[in-house]
Design a protein around this ligand. Structure first.
Ligand code: SR1
Ligand code: MG
Length: 400
């Protein structure tokens, strides 16, 4: 195969066969496409002994919108390269890349089908004890080893260049920081929320804080991010936590990933008001989500400071208090990005099933209003958090 062509089931099998080595020579392969994300084709290819791999192929446009929204195939290279780099420093929590072909925009990945997508599980009220610790480990490790504190200045700049991802970043810049506050035809939300949305757009302090967050996203190449660390980008079971899908990877502000993850837990928190009717069970789920956030913040801070102490090579780390100062900034950013994730997932283009699939209309509206209010308060007060505990206390206070 030479020039790019979008695969169907037959072509996906043909492609795997041309590679050799993925399956034994006598394998009888079957294949189906099951991608339900916003952008790509995703095939599962299985042999007669139930061994399987995932073949992911980027389309030259955004699948959720169609050919009217062209999108670079280079995102497949970025995604595979980010997975390989993150996998080198944090293999336990990164899906494994088995093969990548930039021309066909194809990546073959280990099949994690024995695990479940975190969002689906949280929506069903299921919990995972290690989640906060594992996500903190992935985020702290992958960001530290791709930051100025570890890389040489030359290596860092070369990597920033190779992970320049302008089209995918532009999606985030617009969907996160522009559309909800300036208005856009891509936004969608029920008529009953028009009043809340109008108020949000007239809130000058909020718009100033969002402008700051956008500027941080545009111009702070602190480390190689996942770039889309929401609860649909995580496979989990009781013992395993694995990130997938970093096609939005780029060098950006470290707090962006942490904030996206926590924002999705808080969206689920808001949604549980309309999902679990029994008060005690809802309380348990809320307690679990808050505990996971607390662990994630604490572990992230602890691991970043440990990594700086043990493996930091930049001279700034010899300045007393600088590592702590830097991590405080990451946490403040995370709280701001967390709030903006909550708002854009409620009224922007790309929503979350946590909220949208609440059956009862009134309950859904209550959950959406709560998400908008919590999101705004977090954005407005993020910079006042002088410690990890203050971040957590702010979250608790805005949920009451
Ligand atoms: C057009 S892409 C919409 C959203 O899906 C991705 O998963 C990102 O979150 C993006 O913002
Ligand atoms: Mg994705």
């Amino acid at each position: 195969m030479s020039a790019y062509q979008a695969f169907d089931n037959e072509k996906a099998i043909e492609y795997i066969n041309t590679l050799g080595g993925m399956f034994p020579p006598d394998a009888k392969l079957s294949c189906y496409e099951f991608g339900d994300g916003n952008l790509n084709l995703v095939f599962r290819i299985t042999d007669q002994h139930q061994r399987s791999v995932i073949l992911k192929q980027a389309l030259p446009y955004a699948r959720c919108v169609g050919e009217s929204w062209p999108l670079t195939l280079d995102r497949a290279r970025i995604e595979a390269s980010a997975l390989r780099r993150h996998g080198e420093v944090c293999p336990d929590h990164t899906v494994q890349v088995l093969h990548h072909d930039s021309e066909q925009a194809v990546t073959i990945l280990e099949d994690l089908g024995h695990l479940s997508i975190l969002r689906t599980e949280l929506n069903a009220g299921r919990t995972f004890t290690n989640l906060g610790r594992d996500v903190a480990r992935y985020l702290a490790t992958t960001s530290f080893y791709h930051s100025d504190f570890y890389l040489t200045p030359g290596d860092k700049k070369a990597l920033v260049q190779s992970f320049t991802n302008p089209q995918l970043c532009a999606i985030t810049e617009e969907l996160f920081f522009d559309d909800p506050y300036l208005g856009s035809e891509r936004n969608h939300y029920p008529e009953e929320l028009h009043g809340e949305v109008d108020k949000l757009r007239q809130n000058a302090a909020l718009k100033l804080a969002i402008a700051r967050l956008k500027q941080g996203f545009l111009s702070s190449p602190q480390a190689l991010l996942h770039g889309d660390a929401h609860s649909g980008s995580l496979f989990v079971d009781d013992t395993t936590t694995k990130f997938i899908d970093p096609e939005f990877a780029f060098f950006g502000p470290i707090g962006f990933d942490l904030g996206s993850f926590i924002g999705n837990l808080l969206l689920n928190f808001c949604a549980q008001h309309g999902r679990i009717s029994e008060a005690s069970k809802r309380r348990d789920m809320h307690t679990y989500l808050l505990r996971t956030i607390d662990i994630c913040l604490s572990e992230f801070e602890r691991q970043w400071l440990d990594l700086c102490a043990q493996h930091g090579s930049d001279g700034t780390l010899q300045v007393a208090g600088y590592a702590e100062h830097f991590v405080r900034g990451i946490l403040q950013d995370a709280i701001g990005y967390c709030g903006s994730e909550m708002i854009r997932r409620t009224i922007g283009l790309a929503h979350v099933s946590d909220l949208d699939e609440i059956e009862d209309t009134e309950a859904r509206l209550r959950a959406q209003r709560l998400a908008l209010e919590v999101g705004q308060q977090l954005i407005l007060h993020a910079r006042s958090c002088q410690s990890k505990n203050a971040c957590y206390q702010l979250i608790i206070s805005v949920l009451q």
